[in-house]
Design a protein around this ligand. Structure first.
Ligand SMILES: [Zn+2]
Length: 287
């Protein structure tokens, strides 16, 4: 399927950025779109390079109902200001809800993040504060929310088309969320960055039609890498225990690229369903 036609016939996930922080991998950093019948309805993360991919996908920010952040590392959030400024040239006439984790000593909360970008008087791009900043008078404002989630899936956002739930996941000391979007009777789950500790992600992913997991480290990773990310065996166990129907591996990095055979073999020891390694602009129909 051509990337530009993703989701024209139904529900689909398009990978805008299939990489992690590295630019040498020639991949945009993490970002995903959920398409429904030709409209991009949900944006998950917005890492560097994803704003260009967003444009290449044919999506419009005016179509997006909600933005979900897994956490605020740069490879998941760096292009958000570019997307917001781009949307200013579109005819968006409704607020844009933005959901993400609370903060701690290392990271801003979601409300702090949006204020730090667009708030008046101290935001980096305060020149947009009257137009999109939180509390602005305009018709299109960003509405940031901090999501304090535990290990049981909690409903975060709902409209006539979708229900969105989250659990807290462990990504070193950085507040992080995994997201589930239920739409058209289907379940789409995004692991975000996590080392896989705890059973929240398995609960969230239960019976998912599509599970996007992050292949950031190879099997045998130790130390900091392992404290931040789950190796293929943990992805396989999670996908198997949650009975997911289709597994997509993204957040690919130089340390996992070229190791796809080993990665797949490790996952296969636990999970027997279809496995795909994502590239930028790949489109995965959810049937
Ligand atoms: Zn990351």
């Amino acid at each position: 399927m051509r990337a530009q036609s993703c989701g024209s016939g139904g529900l689909a996930v398009q990978v805008l950025g299939s990489g992690g922080p590295e630019m040498q991998d020639k991949r945009a950093s993490t970002s995903y779109l959920i398409w429904d019948r030709g409209a991009a309805r949900v944006l998950v993360d917005a890492g560097g390079g994803s704003a260009l991919r967003f444009g290449e996908s044919g999506a419009q920010m005016s179509q997006v109902d909600v933005v979900l952040f897994s956490h605020f590392h740069i490879d998941h959030s760096g292009d958000f200001p570019s997307l917001v400024f781009s949307s200013w040239f579109e005819d968006r006439k409704r607020p844009l809800p933005v959901y993400g984790p609370p903060g701690n000593d290392f990271m801003p909360s979601t409300t702090e993040f949006v204020h730090d970008l667009f708030g008046d008087p101290h935001g980096a791009w305060r020149y947009l504060s009257d137009l999109v900043g939180p509390g602005a008078e305009g018709t299109y404002t960003l509405q940031p929310h901090n999501v304090v989630a535990g290990s049981k899936p909690a409903l975060v956002f709902r409209n006539s088309e979708m229900a969105v739930s989250a659990v807290r996941v462990i990504h070193g000391g950085f507040p992080s969320l995994a997201w589930r979007v239920e739409m058209g009777g289907r379940r789409i789950v995004f692991s975000g960055d996590t080392n896989g500790d705890g059973d929240g992600l398995t609960q969230l992913a239960m019976d998912a039609d599509l599970f996007v997991a992050h292949n950031a480290v190879p099997e045998g990773a130790t130390g900091l890498e392992r404290r931040l990310h789950m190796p293929p065996s943990v992805i396989g166990v999670t996908a198997a225990n949650a009975h997911v129907r289709q597994l997509v591996l993204s957040h690919r990095m130089l340390r996992t690229l070229g190791k796809e055979n080993e990665t797949q073999a490790e996952i296969r020891r636990h999970f027997s369903g279809p496995i795909a390694f994502a590239n930028d602009l790949d489109c995965f129909p959810v049937k």
